[in-house]
Design a protein around this ligand. Structure first.
Ligand code: FE2
Length: 271
């Protein structure tokens, strides 16, 4: 990788360890934390400027699960620096009302969610040429629902943040756990207000949207203002064992050009 002029060409690393972590606790035949350990060993070689973890972190939002997941995120932070890590919750991290009321996610990951630690979503992190906006689509849903919702207040705040001068001057990365584009499969797993999210992006613009949730590689787009298209990219679970190439555990390295406001390349590091 070309690291010269790193302020102009940042390397972003997006890995979804959450789903893997969570499911590894219960469905170990498909999910194997050893894959995650392997990927973490390779993290320094990726020389990422920033690491995004887009959930899920737990299975049932139990405290011991958060303790384990925090240990993994701390390992990432030890490797790349605490300020270079951003996380957002998945639906499993808000699995029960108790978990939400007790703010288990916010407690476990306070260092990596900005003002989200105070319950203010989405949070904003300004770091170098990046403006990172982390949304929470995690809401408790009765089984078998696994849908997500941002809600009006969060969408309003998202649009306001995207329009700020100090944000617009940077490469704007929006994080949301659920894919904000229509997915094949059941409506029970989708982002309920994805049309409203798409409308915000159409009005305010963004440069990259990253998500988790779907255990497969996703390459999509949303319309932005002035005829621009905003890449919407999803990554598989880091611990998923699969014979299907698009589902195998990995992390992705996104090379972005903040000046041209484009994603220059996406390279997958398979576990
Ligand atoms: Fe999920």
């Amino acid at each position: 990788m070309d690291l010269t002029g790193v302020t102009l060409r940042d390397f972003l690393w997006n890995k979804r360890l959450a789903g893997g972590l969570n499911l590894a606790l219960r469905r170990s035949r498909k999910h194997d934390r050893a894959l995650l350990d392997t990927l973490l060993e390779r993290l320094p070689a990726a020389r990422a400027d920033h690491v995004f973890v887009t959930g899920d972190f737990t299975n049932l939002a139990l405290r011991p699960e958060f303790t384990l997941a925090r240990r993994y995120v701390q390992r990432i932070a030890d490797l790349v620096g605490t300020a270079r890590v951003s996380v957002i919750p998945g639906n499993h991290d808000a699995y029960t009302e108790d978990a939400v009321v007790e703010r288990r996610f916010e407690e476990a990951f306070a260092e990596w969610i900005g003002e989200g630690a105070r319950g203010e979503w989405p949070y904003l992190q300004l770091t170098g040429s990046l403006a990172i906006i982390g949304c929470s689509s995690a809401v408790p849903t009765p089984f078998p629902r696994a849908s997500g919702r941002l809600g009006e207040a969060q969408l309003e705040r998202l649009e306001a943040l995207l329009g700020r001068d100090d944000v617009r001057a940077r490469f704007r990365v929006v994080l949301v756990h659920h894919p904000p584009v229509p997915q094949h499969g059941s409506e029970l797993r989708q982002l309920e207000d994805r049309a409203a999210f798409a409308a915000v992006i159409a009005r305010a613009g963004a440069d990259l949207v990253l998500h988790g949730h779907d255990h497969r590689e996703v390459r999509a787009e949303l319309a932005g203002p002035e005829g621009r298209w905003v890449p919407v990219l999803g990554v598989t679970s880091a611990t998923y064992r699969s014979s299907h190439a698009d589902r195998r555990g990995r992390f992705n390295v996104y090379e972005v050009d903040p000046v041209a406001r484009r994603v220059a390349s996406v390279v997958s590091e398979l576990a």
